[in-house]
Design a protein around this ligand. Structure first.
Ligand SMILES: NC(=O)c1ccc[n+]([C@@H]2O[C@H](COP(=O)([O-])OP(=O)(O)OC[C@H]3O[C@@H](n4cnc5c(N)ncnc54)[C@H](OP(=O)(O)O)[C@@H]3O)[C@@H](O)[C@H]2O)c1
Length: 432
C-alpha cells in the first residue's frame, strides 16, 4: 500500500494553481516514481469564483487558511501567497503546528530566513524553497546535494528574467529601455510594477539565498550592494558591443577565504562567455566548485509550470523524509541559521570598469580625464569618443579601465564629475 501524504496549499494564484494542477493531474506518475500517493486535501485562497482551468473535485476549497494550517491530517503545506504578510505569519504558524512547508517566496526567505529556519528547527520540521531561485532550475538542490563535496569559489547568476528580457531586446532589437520594458509587460515577462526587477532587488533576494547556501551561513540581504538596469541606454549597449561585450544584470558571489564579495549590478560580459548567451527571460547560474570546476545551470526562471515543477520536487523530498521518519533533514544542515556570513565591503574590491559620460567637444579633455584616473592609479585599456551624438558641442566618451580598487574609482569619479566640461552624470559599470 503506497503511503498517502496529505497536502495543503495557501494561495491559488499563478504558482499555487500550477502546483495543484500537477498534483491533481500527474498523481499516477508521481506514485510510480516515488511509491507514495500525494493527496491535495485542502486549498485556501481569497477568491474561488475565477476559473483556474483545474478541476478541484475532491479538494476542500476554502477562503479560511486556518482550515489548512490547523488540519491535523495535513503534513506538508505549500505557501504560494507571496509577499511578507500574511505569508510570514502563516508559515510560522504552519511550522509551529509541526508541518513541513514548501515556499517559492524569495523575498521572505531572503529577509526573514533566520527566523523561519529557526522556527522549523525548533519544531523538528523543514522549510524548503527550491522554487525561490531560478524557477524550474534545480539550483538549490544542486548546491545543497549534487555539489556537496565542493568548496564554492564563485557563483554568477542571471536570475531576474524581466531584466534579462529587457537587456536582450536592447541588444538584439536596438530598442530603448522603456520600449523593451513595455514589450516585456505585454508578453507577461514583467509585472505592471516591475520596480523590484529592474532595480536589482529581486536578483538580490535570490543572491542572498544562493550565497547563504554556498557559504553555509546566513547572508544579510541589506548588506548587498545593488544597482539596477534603469541607467543603461542604447548607447551603452552599442559601446559594449563595439568592445566585444554584452550587458547583463549579474548577481555575483565570490569567496575570498571566509569573506564573501556579494554584488548585484549590470555587468559587461565577454560575448564568448556562456553567460552572454543566456537571453530573453531565461535564467542561468554559473557555479565554480573546487572539485567540480565550472558548471552552469540554465533554464526557465519563472512561470507557472517551471515553478510548480520545483515545488513538487520539494514536496517529494519532504514526503520521503516523512516516510523514513527523517524529519528536520535540511533545517540544521547546509546552512546554520544562527551563523552570519561575513561580507567583504565593496571598497575593498577591485574591478575593471566601463565609464560613460558626455563632455564638451574640445581638445585636451581626454588627457585631463586620463590624468585624474592616473593620479588614482587607474589605467585605461580602451577609449571611444564619438564625433557627434545629436547634441551640439557635446559628445559621449567611453573608457574601459584595467583592474582598479572601487575606492580609487570613487575618488577619481568625484574629481572628474567636478570638471565643468563634464555635461552628464558619469555611468560606471563593471566588467566580468
Ligand atoms: N509567478 C512566477 O512565475 C513565480 C516564480 C517564482 C517564484 N514565485 C513566487 O511565488 C509566490 C506566488 O507568486 P504568484 O505569481 O503565484 O502570485 P499570485 O498569482 O499573485 O498568487 C497569489 C495568490 O494568493 C492569494 N492570496 C492573497 N492573500 C491571501 C490570503 N490572505 N489567503 C489566501 N490566499 C491569498 C491571491 O488571491 P487574490 O488574487 O484573490 O488576491 C492569489 O490567488 C510569490 O512568492 C512569488 O515571488 C512566482
Amino acid at each position: 500500500m503506497a503511503k498517502e501524504i496529505n497536502l495543503g496549499i495557501l494561495g491559488l494564484g499563478t504558482v499555487g494553481t500550477g502546483v495543484a494542477k500537477v498534483l491533481l493531474e500527474e498523481g499516477d506518475l508521481l506514485t510510480k516514481r516515488t511509491g507514495m500517493r500525494f493527496r491535495l486535501k485542502s486549498a485556501a485562497d481569497l477568491d474561488w469564483n475565477r476559473d483556474r482551468g483545474v478541476d478541484f473535485a475532491g479538494v476542500h476549497t476554502t477562503t479560511d487558511v486556518n482550515e489548512v494550517l490547523n488540519d491535523p491530517e495535513i503534513e506538508i503545506i505549500v505557501e504560494t501567497i507571496g509577499g511578507y504578510e500574511p505569508a510570514f505569519t502563516y508559515i510560522m504558524q504552519a511550522l509551529a503546528n509541526h508541518k513541513h512547508v514548501v515556499t517559492a517566496n524569495k523575498a521572505l526567505i531572503a529577509t526573514k530566513g533566520t527566523e523561519l529556519f529557526l522556527q522549523a528547527k525548533k519544531n523538528g520540521v523543514d522549510l524548503l524553497f527550491e522554487a525561490s531561485v531560478g524557477g524550474g532550475i534545480p539550483i538549490i538542490k544542486s548546491l545543497r546535494e549534487g555539489l556537496i563535496a565542493n568548496k564554492f569559489l564563485s557563483l554568477y547568476g542571471i536570475i531576474n528574467g524581466t531584466s534579462n528580457y529587457i537587456l536582450t531586446k536592447m541588444h538584439q532589437d536596438e530598442v530603448d529601455f522603456g520600449q523593451a520594458l513595455r514589450e516585456a509587460q505585454m508578453k507577461g515577462f514583467a509585472e505592471a510594477d516591475s520596480t523590484l526587477d529592474v532595480s536589482g532587488g529581486d536578483a538580490a533576494h535570490k543572491l542572498t539565498i544562493l550565497a547563504s547556501l554556498a557559504a553555509g551561513a546566513m547572508v544579510d540581504f541589506d548588506s548587498i550592494p545593488v544597482e539596477g538596469i534603469t541607467s543603461i541606454t542604447t548607447l551603452d549597449v552599442d559601446f559594449a558591443k563595439r568592445f566585444g561585450y554584452v550587458i547583463k544584470l549579474l548577481a555575483i558571489c565570490r569567496f575570498f577565504g571566509t569573506e564573501l564579495d556579494l554584488r548585484v549590478h549590470p555587468t559587461l560580459i565577454p560575448k564568448e562567455h556562456l553567460l552572454a548567451a543566456v537571453n530573453n527571460e531565461l535564467n542561468a547560474v554559473f557555479v565554480t566548485g573546487n572539485y567540480v570546476g565550472d558548471t552552469m545551470f540554465y533554464g526557465p526562471g519563472a512561470g507557472q509550470c517551471p515553478t510548480a515543477s520545483a515545488i513538487i520536487s520539494d514536496i517529494v523530498d519532504l514526503s520521503k523524509d516523512l516516510l523514513l521518519k527523517n524529519g528536520e533533514r535540511f533545517s540544521n544542515r547546509t546552512v546554520n541559521p544562527e551563523e552570519k556570513a561575513t561580507l567583504l565591503p565593496l571598497d575593498k574590491i577591485s574591478n575593471r570598469f566601463y565609464l560613460r559620460m558626455f563632455t564638451l567637444d574640445k581638445p585636451g579633455i581626454l588627457s585631463c580625464i586620463a590624468g585624474v584616473l592616473g593620479n588614482h592609479g587607474i589605467s585605461i585599456s580602451s577609449v571611444i569618443q564619438l564625433e557627434t551624438h545629436g547634441q551640439k558641442d557635446v559628445v559621449p566618451i567611453v573608457l574601459l579601465t584595467h583592474k582598479a580598487p572601487e575606492k580609487a574609482m570613487d575618488n577619481a569619479l568625484t574629481e572628474i564629475a567636478a570638471f565643468d566640461f563634464v555635461r552628464s552624470d558619469i555611468l560606471r559599470l563593471r566588467l566580468f
